[in-house]
Design a protein around this ligand. Structure first.
Ligand code: ADP
Length: 577
């Protein structure tokens, strides 16, 4: 075997050269910056000050001016192209100078720690920190210093720096998106989707390379591109709301698959809009549109796409879907309640109502009075004109009948058409009813305390009518407390199961209570103790509860206040169809 002057066998040398060549390639190819630092001058400074241990060094370097001096005394003797690109303007020569410009003051502690590790004879040191490049731009970096023994003797250090700025941005964006996603997911207000759009990104990059500048126009002309983009967009995560909204078994049914099945054929405006927004560098896009559930229902929804550029570049897009079907239904429900409320208001105020009854009833009453005096006159004649008297009496009967009809009509109006019975959730019913009188409660400085048994069956009722009863009882309680100037005004609404098939309601106030002298007449027509009262509220309440197969019971509470209670069935009352 031949040997060279150093005594190394040829093939070994060759292998070394090869590996060096390979390493040299690697040195330039990996996305990390490599620097070789000459620390001789710096080392001499430390020696001059006798700073040979960590504690003394740390103390000395506590002064920023000393760190700066040391940084100025450390020089870059070699670096790779990547270092020149990240820290300079691409020219290696520019970097071969002191390392002072790369270390902002805020990062001095990291530099100090690395020197400490060097002096302590540790082989390396690594930390994440912030460095600046020659143009003063901040870079988030992973800084690693290596102190191999043979180089350390020459006071030479090898530094490896990985630029984390981009990664950090992406991570932050993702983290942010995650926080948003979690918050939203928690609120369960939105269906949330995380999509992998890396394949679509590539398709779009291809189009750009082909010179496409108006993606909107391109998609109009090439619907097959949109179809392909939809197929290539993959779901990577969804929240529970999405599972529910889209009628999925669980998340796994959607994850890993394309978004295709959630879109109605030919209804891709939202997707096209999102693609175009991304193409034009817009981080957000929203549209009211329609999507389609796993079980084939069409969902009216608002669609939001959010993808900050870094996130999009990393192939992630977030989508939030708000179900407008629910919103529309809620709006309709509010409308319905408002109608109900308007109606309850009519029943409660009765001003107009009373006036019209009085007006209408006045006419048959006048007729009755006239007929009665006529009858008296016919009978007073000598001989009495029985024929005419009988006719006048017939008139009276007819007028009385008409008056009765008016009352019936008025009551029917208040009771509102045919009762419409449905299975109603007690909690919803009470919550809505309290919401109706929220303003009145505030004005009267009263509060409603609701107590509903934890397990409570649904009841079969005409929702609006029962709400009228509850609103009426609540308003009566408020008025009673207000009239008596009660200092603390509390209305307790208690709902408990009663027996096997009933739910008991109880509205109790801490007002003046019911007058024992009139307690038996409370439910009589036109019984009132109020100035402006009509005395119809409780009559109607009783009629409604009776129509539901129950009775309202009023009593005074020990310790003050009135209590009205009634029970409603969990199935339709007997005789009801
Ligand atoms: P109105 O409210 O027009 O008087 P109602 O039939 O609703 O007609 O009530 C009849 C009467 O019952 C009231 O005037 C009042 O005297 C009495 N009343 C009703 N609720 C209460 C209550 N919570 N506390 C005391 N009195 C009440």
């Amino acid at each position: 075997m031949d040997a060279d002057p150093t005594g190394a066998p040829d093939d070994l040398l060759q292998r070394l050269r090869d590996s060096e060549y390979r390493y040299a390639n690697l040195f330039n190819a990996v996305p990390a910056c490599f620097w070789e630092i000459d620390f001789r001058q710096g080392g001499a400074m430390l020696d001059a000050f006798g700073l040979t241990d960590r504690a003394a060094l740390a103390h000395w370097l506590g002064d920023g001016a000393n760190v700066r001096a040391l940084l100025r005394a450390s020089r870059v003797v070699d670096c790779n192209q990547r270092a020149a690109d990240v820290f300079g303007r691409g020219d290696k020569a520019e970097l071969l100078d002191t390392i002072a410009p790369f270390w902002p003051e805020a990062s001095y502690p990291v530099y100090t720690q690395s020197l400490g590790a060097f002096l302590a004879g540790e082989p390396s040191f690594s930390a994440e920190t912030v460095m600046t490049n020659l143009t003063g731009e901040r870079r988030d970096v992973l800084f690693t210093a290596c102190f191999p023994a043979e180089l350390a003797r020459d006071a030479t250090m090898l530094i490896g720096i990985v630029d984390l700025t981009q990664t950090r941005r992406v991570t932050n964006a993702l983290r942010l998106a995650n926080i948003r996603a979690e918050t939203l997911a928690e609120a369960q207000a939105f269906s949330f989707w995380q999509l992998d759009t890396s394949a679509t990104n590539r398709m779009i990059a291809d189009l750009r390379a082909q010179g496409v500048t108006d993606l909107g126009a391109y998609m109009q002309a090439h619907p097959e591109f949109v179809e392909a983009a939809i197929d290539a967009t993959i779901v990577t995560d969804i929240n529970q709301k999405s599972v529910e909204l889209y009628g999925l078994k669980d998340k796994t049914e959607a994850i890993g698959k394309s978004i295709r099945s959630y879109w109605l054929p030919g209804r891709f405006e939202a997707i096209m809009g999102s693609l175009e927004a991304g193409f034009n560098g817009k981080p957000q896009y929203q549209k009211v549109t329609q999507t389609c559930t796993a079980d084939g229902r069409v969902l009216d929804c608002r669609f939001w796409m959010a993808a900050p550029m870094e996130m999009r570049a990393s192939g992630t897009v977030m989508v939030a879907i708000q179900d407008l079907t629910e919103e529309n239904a809620a709006r309709r429900e509010i409308e319905r309640l408002r109608e109900g409320l308007a109606h309850a208001g009519r029943v409660l105020m009765l001003g107009e109502f009373t006036a019209s009854i009085a007006h209408e009833i006045n006419q048959p009453l006048t007729a009755t009075r006239a007929a009665a005096s006529a009858a008296q006159r016919w009978l007073a004649q000598d001989p009495p004109n029985l024929e005419q008297a009988a006719a006048a009496l017939a008139n009276i009967a007819q007028s009385a009948h008409r008056a009765g009809q008016i009352i019936d009509r008025a009551r029917a109006m208040a009771m509102r058409h045919q009762p419409k019975r449905t299975l109603v959730d007690v909690r919803d019913l009470v919550a809505e009813t309290i919401a109706f009188v929220d303003r009145e409660l505030q004005v009267a400085r009263a509060r409603a305390v609701v107590s509903i048994a934890p397990v409570i069956p649904d009841i079969v009722i005409d929702r609006t009518q029962i709400q009228q009863v509850l609103v009426n009882l609540l308003i009566n309680a408020l008025q009673a407390m207000d009239q008596a100037q009660s200092p603390t005004r509390t209305i307790e609404v208690t709902v408990r199961p009663e027996g096997v098939d009933k739910v008991g309601f109880c509205v109790r106030d801490n007002g003046p209570g019911l007058d024992p002298a009139t307690i038996d007449r409370l439910f009589d027509h036109f019984f009132t103790t109020k100035h402006e009262g009509m005395g119809i509220g409780l009559t109607i309440c009783q009629s409604i509860i009776e129509a539901h197969g129950g009775r309202i019971v009023a009593r005074n509470v020990v310790g003050g206040g009135a209590e009205f209670s009634f029970a409603l069935g969990t199935s339709p009352p007997a005789g009801d169809v």
